[in-house]
Design a protein around this ligand. Sequence first.
Ligand SMILES: Nc1ncnc2c1ncn2[C@@H]1O[C@H](COP(=O)(O)OP(=O)(O)O)[C@@H](O)[C@H]1O
Ligand SMILES: O=c1ccn([C@@H]2O[C@H](COP(=O)(O)OP(=O)(O)O)[C@@H](O)[C@H]2O)c(=O)[nH]1
Length: 284
Amino acid sequence: MTFRRRLVQAAVALAKPAAASRGSVATTAAAIQHATNSAACTGLPRAQFPWAKVSLGFAAAGLMTVAEPPSAGCTSTAVKADGQAAAPPLPAVKPQDGSVSHKVVFVLGGPGSGKGTQSARLVEEFGLVHLSAGDLLRAHMKSGSPEGQMVADMIKDGKIVPSHVTISLLQQAMDNSGKHKFLIDGFPRNEENRSSFESQTGIQPELVLFFDCPEEVMERRLLGRNEGRTDDNMETIRKRFKVFIESSLPVIQHYEALGKVARINADRSADDIYKEVRRLVVEL
Ligand SMILES: Nc1ncnc2c1ncn2[C@@H]1O[C@H](COP(=O)(O)OP(=O)(O)O)[C@@H](O)[C@H]1O
Ligand SMILES: O=c1ccn([C@@H]2O[C@H](COP(=O)(O)OP(=O)(O)O)[C@@H](O)[C@H]2O)c(=O)[nH]1
């Protein structure tokens, strides 16, 4: 079965959750149902997105989850923008070593969905520290070490680099920044990334921004990116899309069930997307 046909079938199955009895689509439907129920139970606001395109984000079609409400043990630090009203406090993250707690927003979405573009704007406006896992890995692959070579080979082949390598780069970058509010872009990319990061750092994200974009739009953007990347070619792009569906979407489903995902239609102008994105971050 072709990749595109699989996407279409999955999207159709999602539109009829009762008909989807097993496999990833059924899991997705269950996760969505769970998230929907959770939001209803807590009385949180819930919004429906009107679009229902066939896209890599089909897993979340028709659903937007809600940002977490402040919980007990909130800190008093809030993200502000342009001197606007202070946002409600963020839930505290329990640091493992008693140091200042880190606050993290994960920026997820398929390759070329605009994660880096939107992250750069958020950094400019809110002064968060932008950690692109891909950029850290690309810097690491230039180290000339055997591990660097392994990373280079994996990126060229569209594979996910072992968690311990990426987490150690992220941890180092967080420590070196001296700051405690981070936008982590392009990570976690699979369930193992996610669970290892959470257990090793003790950090849970405050919010997960999910840039949902049709495959053909991402493909066009990647082929036009022109940054000399070894993975922005048709062969690797196809592999990356497959990895995204099979390995990365389950991470989004996990956070969706926890009510932490804001799904954003990324098939719009960068300016329109940012209007929505900044509203989500200012509300943190
Ligand atoms: N909303 C958008 N509309 C059109 N092009 C975009 C948009 N967002 C990003 N791009 C372009 O698409 C390419 C991929 O964007 P990028 O932010 O690098 O994606 P990602 O980090 O998700 O891989 C870049 O060349 C970027 O300039
Ligand atoms: O946590 C990460 C982030 C990136 N990558 C690798 O780096 C590549 C490029 O990722 P990036 O986020 O830079 O770009 P995207 O694919 O989202 O355009 C991926 O395909 C993976 O091979 C990885 O293994 N783990």
